[in-house]
Design a protein around this ligand. Structure first.
Ligand code: ZN
Ligand code: ZN
Length: 266
């Protein structure tokens, strides 16, 4: 089993170091992990100019040599994608020799989802439509990422709705999925939602929609920021992926995907 989304002290909100994350992954029986430290371009974002990429790379090299017998380690990034920062993102990634890049929407129209400011003075429909619109625009114009992170995150930070209801938003989501599939950008099943609610991100009905449209590029990630959340909810996630019909998920080396057969056990 592989956990392809986690953060250490190299991210502004990380609460573990590289070494202890590797130890915990081995303890959990994982074969491979990807570190995906935050890179954000909005000055209002907590992670703005936080990552020291050289030190991060050195720490990955050290972990690889320490744990080479027991754990395969990929070096990744989680880029905060916003359509209005596409040129900054391209410029940043141009000289970064990493294995894997997640592109995630953390802000919409410069408003932070996490802080809740996005939800002020917007009703449910405006929040969801604005979120899907910005996600679609970012996917259309930002290059250089492999997987769209935690799709439907907009549901997390509001008490007003807990999922993107279908069929209300199915047409917008179908449009987004067609663009993703056409650009060979995948999505992840992110289990961090299971720590807050009963749903993964994206929720099962959205994941099924992606599958029905032919989407097969998929990664699995806990979005752990501390050791106890590594591989959190993976049994539930695997059962969900199998039930929908996915046969494989993917791991990345030097930005190239390789399939891993999904089995019920780790
Ligand atoms: Zn994220
Ligand atoms: Zn993350």
């Amino acid at each position: 089993m592989q956990d392809y989304h986690m953060h250490t002290y190299f991210s502004a909100d990380g609460l573990m170091d590289t070494f202890e994350a590797c130890q915990q992954a081995i303890k959990m029986g994982l074969k491979e992990i990807a570190f995906t430290e935050h890179v954000d371009f909005d000055p209002n974002d907590l992670g703005y100019e936080f990552l020291n990429f050289e030190k991060y790379t050195a720490s990955i090299h050290e972990a690889k040599s320490l744990f080479q017998k027991n754990l395969d380690i990929s070096q990744g990034l989680e880029i905060g994608i916003q359509s209005y920062f596409s040129s900054e993102i391209d410029a940043y990634l141009a000289d970064k020799d990493v294995d894997f890049v997640i592109g995630s929407i953390h802000m919409v129209d410069h408003y932070d989802l996490y802080s809740g400011e996005y939800f002020i003075d917007r009703n449910e429909s405006e929040c969801i439509k604005g979120y899907i619109k910005e996600t679609t625009a970012a996917v259309e114009c930002c290059r250089g990422f492999d997987i769209l992170g935690h799709l439907d995150l907009v549901t997390r930070f509001t008490k007003y709705f807990e999922k993107i209801e279908y069929p209300d938003y199915a047409t917008e989501m179908e449009n987004l999925f067609k663009i993703l599939i056409g650009k060979q950008i995948g999505i992840e099943i992110n289990t961090s939602g299971l720590r807050h609610s009963e749903f993964t991100n994206p929720a099962p009905h959205i994941l099924r929609h992606y599958f029905e449209l032919g989407g097969r590029l998929l990664t699995l990630g806990s979005d752990a920021h501390k050791v106890e959340n590594i591989a959190y909810g993976f049994d539930k996630m695997i059962a969900l992926a199998l039930e929908i019909g996915f046969k494989e998920y993917y791991v990345y080396k030097k930005r190239n995907p390789s399939p891993v057969k999904i089995t019920a056990s780790r």
